[in-house]
Ligand binder design. Sequence first.
Ligand code: BG6
Length: 516
Amino acid sequence: MSSSVPAGRTPRGKKAAKPAKAPPATLFLFGANGDLVKRLLLPALYHLHRDGLIDEGLHIVGVDHNPNTDEGFATRLADFIRTLPQHNEATGGQPLDEALWSKVSKNISYVQGDFVDDATYTALGERLARNGTRNAVFYLATSPRFFGEVADRLGKSGLLKESKDTYRRVVIEKPFGSDLASAQELNARLLRVMSESQIYRMDHYLGKETVQNILVSRFANGIFEAIWNNHYIDHVQITAAETVGVEQRGGFYEQIGALRDMVPNHLFQLLAMVAMEPPAAFGADAVRSEKAKVIGAIRPQTRREALSNSVRGQYAAGRVGEAQVPAYRAESRVAPDSNTETYVALKIMVDNWRWSGVPFYLRTGKRLRARDTEIAICFKPAPFSQFRGTKISKLTPNYLIIQIQPNEGMWLDFQAKRPGPTLEIENVEMGFAYADFFPMQPSTGYETLIYDCLTGDQTLFQRADNVENGWRAVQPFLDAWQDDAASVDLYAAGADGPRTADELLARDGRVWRKFA
Ligand code: BG6
């Protein structure tokens, strides 16, 4: 997430209080030559240094199979970071602060090694000793097929042994498994060589301020919680619309599709934040237990229900903004007759006292009309009787919109009387934009997550049961789709999704709120 205060606006809020610096450690980045490291992790580490949140004794060690030197690796990263939009003056960015970067880069080094070769782990142990830090984080920014392999070898080499004042932590990127069985298997494999307290399962949505703010909005304000239930809420819509296509990831995406890529992880994080019960405290265990409970309460679906409560779409050629873009099937490393979905819409029920009878409609897709991630809480309509005999023919429901990105904030749609002698009403909007209140620095969304990992706060990371409950809830859709020969519904790139997604809501007498 990258935001800044729009020109001409002065934020009204105070700067956040500065937390303590994370203690010295060595951060091993497996998959050091991949995109995640250069696009997100290194910029995030640079921002943490900028904000004084990292001890200068933090060592960053890239680990990958390609040959490189310490200096070559650091230079390659710096060259790339200078090209990012936030450091491009032409697009309003700030040039890389060279003095700051030299502080970051003086502790960057590189270990060349194969992830499945024991010798690599001996080299990592030596590097740790050379760095003189006992704490270590092993960040697995690799292809998922290496997660178990690397964990086994970290365990075998003794690198995961903690002591009273030394920690050893492992960060696992998504995708964590590709279905319930593989997620359970991976959890079991990790837990054979480390304890749950050492595992940081990453979901970068939890690094977004707006996602973290959902709990604060709900639980720090008396007005929301009182109406946050099936007495007042008609249904909830969760949308993650993207304009990008599969980009260079055709080969990976063919195996994954939109459901696995976005739903059990990112969209369920949003659902959990909106639907969970208040935790007894804001500690990692209390928060993660409530999340596990609510995702665990998602109603299982039979094969027939799963088919009728889901829509699979795939983008055809079309126009997104000004650009003419190719169909998914014409993307590189995608089969010309592929049935992989690039769009999914689901209807989900949460079977507990608070949400009984309230559908959650989820949708996400690539190459849609606009980029917009939002949660729309639709309230039950007001009774109409008092307006009978007036010019008003219907009342529209109120929506509370939690805008995750872009234009982070919250908006309430309601109806007001249009000024004039006759009784006419119009939809109006009351809103809070982050940029109006808080000074916002460029950030990637990974800053908080890396800082939390270095300081040992697991609140924003997925516990084993959170991940497994997510897969358990999507498994009926995966199974039903696998047996179902029907192909995906095509939608033109630049559209709002396939027509069948509208029918999913129309059957319940509802409509999707127009996003963005
Ligand atoms: C990733 C998915 O986890 O999240 C991508 O693999 C998706 O397909 C991305 O584009 C969306 O993240 P964000 O932060 O851009 O909304």
